[in-house]
Ligand binder design. Structure first.
Ligand code: ACO
Length: 464
């Protein structure tokens, strides 16, 4: 272990307690790289060159599987121990003692609010839930079968046109209002998208209801004066919101940070997060878990299904995680909510299959040796289904609470002096220095894209 001292830009002296010696076998040169927080700096490799004209060594990390792209104070995960903490508070404590709006405050402000701060925050969020009437018209323009996540993505992006002042990304007041507006309006947009897909009139927000109850009201209210959700269902939804609020540098959060690094307004950056979450590898696994339970059909079919998983013909969806190599703490907490929800809605027969599947998998060396445990998606779909939500809405409901995480991460990124516009490098593998050939002299070849058949003109296929 080497002790080194380096001068930082601000004149302070940083102590490198650990270092890495790297010998470049192309030149025989040895370099000492500082290790801070278990990390070496990628730019330190750039000095390693074979000659003066050499660009210098880069690191190659497709999908950023071993690259820390920021420092963050927001969320801590220990995947081996199954620990998830926000601002130092365990997810178990937050689910037990807090509510989603308070957790959103914690993520964004860094501390739990005082009573007065919480009241002001809840008041502000509650009083910014309405959207401009033109957003409604915009939504009405979607086709009858538009996916609600596509509608959410488009309308969050559209919000930036209603609040051009949010471009002042370093102005504290503008940032606060944008945070409040996004957290407040996301459930409204999500519920409008749902009602649009059913051809039902939109339900306006009800300021007398708490955050999850207001969302349920906007989804399900029909002719009653005031929608009164069962408090156990509101609480279960609130717990789901807490569990999905942030999960450090996942795909959508990395997208929000990358897009936000161009200094675009926060609505546009969050729209990028919604787009990333839309993908089946990110926000869509709970839907796939339900489809799997449907396919299994009954408890008797589980042994055959697990054999299929072991022979790799099947995937046990809702099991395994890139980071957690232990029980996903969120799955454990969701499991508790499942019982409370089913008390109100009646038991979904798929629960039995899920429980037996989990029991058998956790008894099986194939899964234990690979450290495959239930993840957040194994049980969450069962709750959404019990709430009568269509599967297309599952990812939308994920996006509502994740908005607070995206905003917290966006704020941290904007204030981080080490950050600049995100701009990865590439290893170029294409041709170089070719002579342009005129179109008449080019050999005919199979087109690479689009494939063989020419497209029919759109005017002749009005598939409305
Ligand atoms: N079912 C069966 N086998 C699995 C599963 C699974 N769900 N997950 C991993 N494995 C096996 C792999 O086949 C591999 O086995 P091998 O060593 O014999 O080849 C081994 O476990 C390691 O798996 P990897 O694919 O390397 O793990 P990775 O970290 O890349 O993948 C992932 C993580 C994508 C989540 C994976 O576990 C998976 O596909 N799970 C099912 C989908 C799912 O539930 N996704 C939701 C994740 S939570 C979220 O995104 C909110």
């Amino acid at each position: 272990m080497a002790e080194e001292q380096t001068e930082r830009d601000d004149g302070a002296v940083a102590q490198a307690e650990e270092s890495l010696s790297v010998t470049d076998n192309r030149t025989g040169e040895t370099y000492e790289l500082e290790i801070h927080d278990g990390t070496v700096t990628a730019m330190d490799f750039r000095q390693m060159k074979v000659n003066e004209d050499d660009f210098g060594l880069m690191t190659y990390d497709p999908a950023y599987t071993n690259t820390a792209h920021c420092r963050s104070d927001i969320t801590y995960i220990d995947g081996d121990a199954g620990i998830l903490e926000h601002r130092g508070y365990t997810i178990e404590q937050l689910c037990e003692d807090s509510n989603y709006l308070e957790v959103a405050y914690l993520l964004i402000h860094g501390e739990l609010p005082s009573k007065e701060q919480y009241e002001n925050w809840a008041f502000d969020v509650t009083h910014h839930t309405f959207v401009h009437e033109n957003i409604k018209k915009f939504m009405e323009g979607f086709r009858y079968d538009a996916h609600p996540m596509g509608m959410l993505l488009a309308t969050v992006g559209a919000l930036s046109t209603f609040y051009p002042e949010s471009k002042a990304i370093t102005d504290d007041r503008e940032r606060y209002i944008a945070a409040v507006r996004m957290i407040a309006k996301m459930p409204t947009l999500a519920a409008f998208a749902y009602r649009q897909s059913l051809g039902l009139p939109y339900v306006y927000p009800d300021n007398d209801l708490d955050y999850p109850s207001n969302f349920l009201s906007m989804l399900f209210k029909m002719t009653e004066q005031q929608y009164e959700p069962d408090p156990r269902l509101s609480r279960a939804l609130d717990v789901l919101f807490i569990l999905h609020a942030d999960h450090e540098q996942n795909c959508s959060t990395a997208a929000v940070r990358a897009v936000g690094s161009s200094q675009v307004d926060p609505y546009s950056a969050v729209a990028a997060g919604v787009a990333a979450l839309y993908g089946p590898l990110h926000g869509g696994a709970n839907e796939a878990a339900l489809q799997m339970l449907d396919r299994i059909g009954s408890v008797e079919n589980i042994p055959d299904f697990l054999e299929g998983v072991k022979s790799k013909e099947e995937r046990l969806v809702g099991f395994g995680h890139r980071v957690y190599k232990n029980y996903d703490p969120r799955a454990r907490l969701i499991k508790q909510s499942v019982d409370e929800v089913f008390e109100v809605t009646g038991v979904n027969p798929k629960l039995k299959i899920a429980q037996e599947l989990e029991k058998r998998a956790l008894d099986d060396e194939y899964f234990t040796s690979r450290k495959l445990y239930p993840n957040v998606d194994f049980y969450s779909g069962l709750i959404y289904e019990a709430l009568n939500l269509p599967r297309a809405m599952f990812t939308v409901i994920f996006a509502i609470p994740r908005t607070s995480g995206w905003i917290a991460q966006w704020l941290e990124m904007v204030d981080d002096e080490e950050q600049r516009i995100a701009r990865p490098r590439q290893i170029y593998t294409g041709e170089r220095e070719r002579d342009f050939v005129s179109i008449d002299d080019r050999p005919s070849a199979d087109p690479l894209y689009p494939p063989s058949e020419p497209l029919s003109p759109e005017v002749s296929t009005p598939d409305v």
